[in-house]
Design a binder for this molecule. Sequence first.
Ligand code: NAP
Length: 472
Amino acid sequence: MSDAEETASTPAPRRLRVAVVGAGPAGIYAAEALTRQDDVPVAVDLIDRLPTPFGLVRHGIAPDHLRMRALRDTLHGVLDHEHVRFVGNVEIGTDLSLEELRRHVDAVVYTYGASRDRALSIEGEDLPGSIAATDLVGWYCGHPDADRERIEAALQGVRNAIVIGVGNVALDVARVLVRTPEELDPTDMPQHVLDALAAAPVESVTVLGRRGPAQASFTTKELDELGELAGATVLVDGADLPGEEEPPPADRLKARNIKVLRGYAPNTAEPGRATITLRFFARPARIVGEDRVTGVEVERTAVDADGRATGTGEYTTLPADLVVRSVGYRGLPLPGLPLDTSSNTVPNEAGRVLRDGAPSAGEYVAGWIKRGPTGVVGTNKHDARETVATLLADVQEGTIAPHGDEDDLVRTLRARGADPVLLPNWKAIDAAETALGATRGRQRTTIHDRDDLLAAARAAEIEAEAEAAADS
Ligand code: NAP
């Protein structure tokens, strides 16, 4: 038999089918790492419960961070890869069980992130006017699941807001609350969000850190940016900052933060301008109010040499008509997948899922649900690469090999009554958002309503059918 005959009669080995659950940055970077190598031919289904890709790049990065949000253009390149298929509007655990998915494919990479807020567990947390930053951020980014009624009721008439926590999300929230309508106009925020923010007469935002400025987790660039706001002045009590004579914090990031904070210390409130007050050594003890939030009782703390805060027994109540709890995100369990409830992450070893402490063949994890809600978007690139290297090593060792059944995942989903949104459908949503933005001179406006998103997605099918009819 000639070489040519042998090639013709030997079927090419089937591509390894990999399902990536979650089309946020971690999922897209995992798909990129899988398709950027030649050792193992792969076909990736990038599944998301939303009809849209990009996860926190779409529904987390603050809309006024236009340059960071433009990252979606880079991520989009991965969706266009011939061996990557975006499968949106499909919830694993509801539309298809994890077990069924695992039967369909050869390996699964879970990258569904950490979508919920961490609880503060203090009295008054659930009062009207007390909202989680995760919910506020979802709302202003146009997340389809945002509870518009509750958030917009909480924002109505707000003059004094308190944000609990001193991470980057807390700074995002504080900044967005005091931005002028002109500053927010070029963003892709839905129109109802722009209207509600413009109508909220926010005069002051107090950001509370339970420890000192040297322990705050915000980053210098984000802290610095507060000083450039058109309509707000940043206030810091200089007495809460380490003295110039004290050695700077060993951590260079923290030392840079202190330097920026020192620059804010001489500021004073100015008539006609809002304020953002960064208040440290203030542990929230309870959220005060009868039918609605009226303030936060805080206890002054002292921080020991190990960075731990202890209460001093000195209490003050700070008035507020809105409290935003920004104390971190939390991963949720996926039915059928183990979750370590102390860290809210999936137990894993270099991205290999552990079930009862033992590696589970063909199951991997990347992103926040692997390591917890830390790092910037780019951190997920390294994280996803580590996971994909683990997966490929398992293929080389023969731990996983093509075994999934031959049925096409999308066909199966449709047979079950699910309505998967594929790449052409997403492109139709994308075009609809660009067109909506153009009606007000903006680059894009996010469509927030799930039905509207699905209607826009269907436009792709209507167009394809019309084209087919014209061709026949
Ligand atoms: P984070 O950085 O972990 O900050 C959480 C904050 O909540 C900390 O200040 C923490 O204080 C405080 N906290 C926790 N429990 C508390 C309690 N019981 N009472 C009072 N305060 C409490 O989380 P994040 O702000 O949600 O951000 C998540 C990740 O996304 C981070 O890695 C962040 O850098 C990233 N992110 C980046 C950007 C950007 O690059 N522009 C924007 C947004 C988010 P302790 O330190 O005392 O625990």
